[in-house]
Design a protein around this ligand. Structure first.
Ligand code: PLP
Length: 422
């Protein structure tokens, strides 16, 4: 099928939710993808943080084939051998005790919110004022379902769908005083993305996270961290919170967990988990044997990749800083490990960069209007970083000289008009 015919069919048949680039991908291997015209692309987005092992990883293919031939799905009414094994690995690396498996990030987040509410309700046995308020952060993103939207601090996602879940307050990002001001005994949870992804690659400050931990701990409220984008090795540690020395009560993960298959998880402590009772939460597909078997393999491979992510991430960050020194239109380099962002002075330039890089066979994307987002697979090497830096350097140089030419032309025109009007 050609790109044109796919575009025509989608326009007729799908909800018009996506503004896709006009590229039809057909295959991938490692850090590369190929489109229907045979063009090769270097992938620095990895399906928005999903394909951490790149495409067609031989070990993942092997597990997929083996498990597809054995057992793809059983209902959560029965046991299979992989959920407990996967939970054992996730709890070991997170320092938490128990897991619940979902299909996606937003479902993991919904479950985390339910857990916070039920924990508060279970604790409230002596007639205290019920805790049910939730504090989330400005600029955050937690997903597209209603609970997630309600805790997402960006009007463009929320406003078309109001009214949302009540009881959610938004704290200014990294504003410790605002957090203290808004927190009271009615709050059951503080929700934080350790590094905001859709909000423009913004790491939470250590002071803010420590204050969130202190307030929740001393009031029997919960600290919930969304590590759906920044967790599971993306920053060079298993979890981004491990850079801060802060332990959450609940953490949510998803994107890379099953190397491209849909799988999310809520991880929590025994104390919190035991407030859920049978029948209070569940899912048909979440935690199926195929996705769980693959996730176990992903975590096994991740052990050997963490140091590499740290090293290549630092190299990438240094190169981006070098680029910033050469180009006035770059405002800031942000992020950790292989979750990096380059904030540019204008949304237009950022848009142009994504499209010029795409024409040059490099996949990145733009988030929060002005931020170029890099979420490459964990298996990239320095030579891949160099290729992206070279492409950005030349695209930014030519965009700046075009802008200068335009400015000169406008000045020339204006002085001509002034002369003529004299
Ligand atoms: C931090 C964060 N939370 C939640 C989500 C929602 O995940 P999903 O799209 O799998 O529902 C995303 C997705 O981008 C995310 O980045």
């Amino acid at each position: 099928m050609s790109l044109a015919s796919v575009v025509r069919s989608e326009e007729k048949l799908l909800l018009p939710t996506y503004d896709r680039h006009r590229v039809l991908f057909e295959k991938g291997r490692g850090v590369y993808l190929w489109d229907s015209r045979g063009n090769r692309y270097l992938d620095f987005l990895s399906g928005i943080g999903v394909n951490a092992l790149g495409q067609a990883h031989p070990a993942i293919q092997k597990i997929l084939k083996r498990q597809a031939g054995r057992l793809i799905h059983v209902s959560n009414l029965f046991f299979h051998e992989y959920q407990a094994e996967l939970a054992k690995r996730l709890t070991r690396i997170s320092g938490l005790d128990r897991a619940f498996f979902s299909n996606s990030g937003t479902e993991a987040w919904e479950g985390a919110l339910k857990l916070a509410r039920i924990y508060a309700r279970t604790k409230n046995t002596n007639g205290h004022r019920p805790k049910w308020r939730i504090l989330a952060l400005d600029n955050s993103f937690h997903g597209r379902t209603f609970g997630s939207l309600a805790t997402t601090g960006q009007a463009k996602y929320r406003d078309p769908f109001v009214p949302l879940l009540p009881g959610v307050g938004f704290v200014r990002f990294n504003d410790v005083e605002d957090l203290k001001h808004q927190f009271d005994a009615g709050v059951c949870a503080i929700c934080v993305e350790t590094i905001q992804g859709e909000g423009g690659i913004c790491p939470v400050s250590p002071e803010f996270l420590q204050m969130a931990r202190k307030l929740t701990e001393s009031n029997d409220a919960l600290l919930i961290l969304d590590e759906i984008q920044c967790g599971l090795g993306r920053t060079g540690r298993y979890f981004a919170y491990q850079h801060y020395g802060v332990q959450p009560d609940i953490v949510t993960v998803a994107k890379p967990l099953a190397a491209g298959l849909p799988l999310g998880a809520i991880l929590t402590t025994n104390r919190v988990a035991m407030s859920m009772q049978r029948g209070m939460h569940g899912t048909t597909f979440g935690g199926g044997p195929l996705a769980c078997a693959v996730a176990i393999e992903f975590l096994r491979l991740l052990d050997e990749l963490l140091d590499h992510v740290g090293h290549v991430g630092s190299y990438f960050q240094e190169q981006l800083e070098g680029l910033k020194a050469r180009h006035d239109c770059i405002r800031e380099v942000r992020g950790m490990g292989l979750m990096l962002g380059l904030e540019l002075e204008s949304a237009d330039t950022a848009k142009k960069m994504v499209s010029v890089l795409l024409q040059n066979g490099i996949l990145i994307n733009r988030t929060h209007e002005t931020v170029l987002r890099f979420l490459p697979p964990y298996i990239i090497r320095e030579k891949h970083v160099d290729e992206v830096i070279r492409a950005l350097d030349s695209a930014l140089t030519s965009s700046a000289s075009k802008a200068r030419r335009g400015q000169l032309l406008r000045l020339k025109k204006r002085s001509q008009q002034t002369k003529e009007s004299r």
